[in-house]
Design a binder for this molecule. Structure first.
Ligand code: SF4
Ligand code: SF4
Length: 235
């Protein structure tokens, strides 16, 4: 595997750490490594005494920031195709399923929640996700267990840059259609399009197209690849 996730003890709890074993590793490799981790029942999931994610909805009531690739994935889900009748334009998807908050120059685009504070894609009766195979990156990459600093930094870098590209698309979409910006909540909005230049997510439609090397700072990349480089040298 190009990214390896493995369990380690962190402050007396079983958490996880990551290494990148191949400089060409992508965001999809990262997600696949985390998916493997869910099969390891020794990690300490602090919010669920049952120790498993299956059947648990405790993280579906939190802020879920989105990437542009998340939006593309959600549009491919059977659930969205059914409830939208195949309507796919970005403004409609953002208005119906997302929530756009602007505070001064900063923009946050997240999944919409219901009156109860839970995600709109949560089946309230069965407590299961309607879009599970297409759920956003934040849902795929969160575990309520300790993780190493570099694992947290990598997740943060992916989520932030992925969301930045969604904000750029949100700005472009309004400009292209000559419409006002779609905003659900605002406090003294001062959005400057120059704050959202193209980045490593630009033009990408799948997570396997985004290389981790392109979104990490040099120091984070050194830390993520250090162990694998050492093993290679020893080998
Ligand atoms: S990560 Fe989320 S779904 Fe999994 S056990 Fe923790 S709260 Fe529940
Ligand atoms: S998309 Fe699914 S997994 Fe993510 S918060 Fe919503 S219901 Fe939970």
């Amino acid at each position: 595997m190009r990214v390896r996730a493995f369990t380690i003890d962190l402050a007396g709890k079983r958490g996880y750490d990551l290494i990148v074993a191949d400089p060409e590793a992508t965001v999809q490799d990262y997600l696949d490594a985390l998916e493997q981790l869910t099969m390891n029942d020794s990690i300490y999931l602090s919010r669920n005494v049952g120790g498993q994610c299956e059947g648990c909805d405790r993280c579906c009531g939190e802020r879920i920031p989105l990437t542009y690739i998340d939006i593309l994935r959600l549009k491919r889900s059977q659930y969205l195709q059914k409830v939208t009748g195949g309507r796919v334009d970005l403004r409609y998807i953002l208005d119906r399923f997302c929530y756009v908050v602007v505070e001064g120059p900063s923009v946050d685009i997240m999944l919409r929640t219901g009156e109860d504070g839970y995600c709109i894609f949560l089946d309230r009766k069965e407590r299961r996700c309607f879009v599970y195979p297409y759920r956003p990156l934040v849902c795929q990459s969160f575990f309520c267990c300790p993780s190493s600093r570099k694992a947290r930094k990598l997740r943060e870098a992916i989520v932030n840059q992925g969301e930045d590209e969604l904000v750029r698309k949100w700005l472009l979409d309004a400009g292209y259609h000559g419409e006002d910006l779609l905003i659900h909540e605002a406090c003294d909005p001062k959005v400057n399009p120059d704050d959202w230049p193209p980045n490593c997510f630009t033009g990408k439609r799948y997570y396997w197209e985004v290389r981790l090397a392109d979104l990490c700072s040099p120091s984070l990349w050194r830390k993520l690849t250090l162990l694998s480089n050492q093993k290679r040298l020893k080998g």
